[in-house]
Design a protein around this ligand. Structure first.
Ligand code: TK8
Length: 343
């Protein structure tokens, strides 16, 4: 078993060295090329997105603070896999870092579903408070036996719904809509409850799925809708803001355990610092993207308070069911932290 693991790891290392040869970025460093450890970091979003910019910031900080011992290679648009595949890569040791949406790791670590409960966070400020506080950080422990280490929460953002059938003004308009969801059992049940016909699909396949009508609609934060040009194939958009999606800065445990304590600290700090930057960029991108989408002709509907209230009440039984499944104590802690946040 150990031998196989070593074999897999060495293949991974060889592959990353080979990949590095492409752009030769490891050259020019004071240390010899073979002494520089290559780390591969990926996001499913494209290179315009805040998650990619955040990884660039992370690279800058981490490489500098570790004095040239590492080179971070950044991949976007699911080049080295979608959220699910990248997370598997971290577990196997063929990839070191990924920033998947928390909801997409819930098949592996179901406790994280609580962060994707609909209408949980009333604002970003409260989300930051809870995620960066005791409860959010405590959830990272659930990853250890999955061979993963969670270091920080970044931001994907509040999600909004697009489709090409008609404006969504209330739940009635979701009826029968073929809606793509993330790989989250909870989200599938939430959208079924709301009357839609949900289908999980990889983010990388989504544009084509929308274009070919495999699905009628999808939900994502404004920057991803705009940057992925979903509005080319989706006429209508509603600010449903039904859930806040955090990204998680995730690393493989094997990689993490091989670092010195000092390097582990630098890694954690760099992930947090880059995350602050990423959240700021994301905030700007949300404003620009909404403007861009409207300018480019999306039919934009604002969800009324009554319509949102109807959705909140409708999904409550699903929340209750998952509370039982995940564990009442954990879920209560999260709700308490939301309530007690002074943000
Ligand atoms: C890729 C995914 C994406 C997520 C999704 O970055 O799958 O819809 O919102 O951001 O993590």
């Amino acid at each position: 078993m150990k031998r196989i693991l070593i074999l897999i790891l060495s293949i991974g290392l060889l592959l990353s060295l080979a990949a590095c040869g492409d752009d030769g970025k490891a050259g020019g460093k004071e240390k010899g090329k073979d002494e520089v450890k290559i780390i591969r970091a990926g996001t499913g979003a494209n290179s315009e997105h805040s998650s990619y910019k955040g990884l660039e910031k992370f690279k800058e900080i981490f490489e500098e603070k570790t004095d040239g011992a590492f080179e971070v290679e950044i991949y976007h648009s699911g080049q080295i896999g979608d959220d699910t595949t990248m997370t598997e890569g971290l577990q196997l040791g063929t990839q070191e870092i990924a920033v998947p949406s928390v909801d997409n790791i819930t098949p592996l670590a179901p406790e994280f579903s609580v962060l994707g409960f609909p209408f949980l966070f009333p604002s970003k400020a409260v989300a930051y408070d809870v995620l960066d506080g005791e409860v959010g950080q405590g959830l990272f422990e659930k990853l250890t036996d999955k061979n993963l280490v969670g270091l920080a929460y970044w931001e994907n953002g509040f999600r909004n719904t697009t489709n090409d059938k008609g404006p969504i003004e209330s739940m009635a308009d979701l009826k029968g809509l073929k809606l793509r969801t993330m790989q989250s059992k909870l989200h599938i049940e939430v959208f079924s409850k709301l009357g839609a016909n949900p289908t999980p699909m990889s983010f990388s396949e989504l544009y084509t799925g929308l274009q070919q009508g495999t699905v009628d609609g999808q939900e994502n934060p404004y920057p991803l809708i705009y940057q992925q040009k979903f509005h080319e194939v989706q006429k209508y958009m509603t600010n449903t803001q039904h859930v806040y999606s955090p990204y998680i800065f995730l690393v493989g445990k094997g990689f993490y355990d091989d670092l010195s304590e000092e390097q582990q600290e630098i890694l954690k700090e760099a992930s947090i610092e880059a995350g602050k930057y990423q959240r700021e960029i994301n905030e700007e991108q949300e404003i620009e993207s909404l403007e861009g989408l409207i300018d480019e002709g999306v039919v934009f509907t604002e969800l009324s308070d009554e319509a949102r209230q109807e959705m909140i009440e409708t999904v409550q039984p699903v929340i209750d069911k998952y509370t039982e499944e995940i564990g009442t104590d954990l879920v209560n802690d999260v709700y308490e932290a939301v309530k007690n946040s002074d943000k």
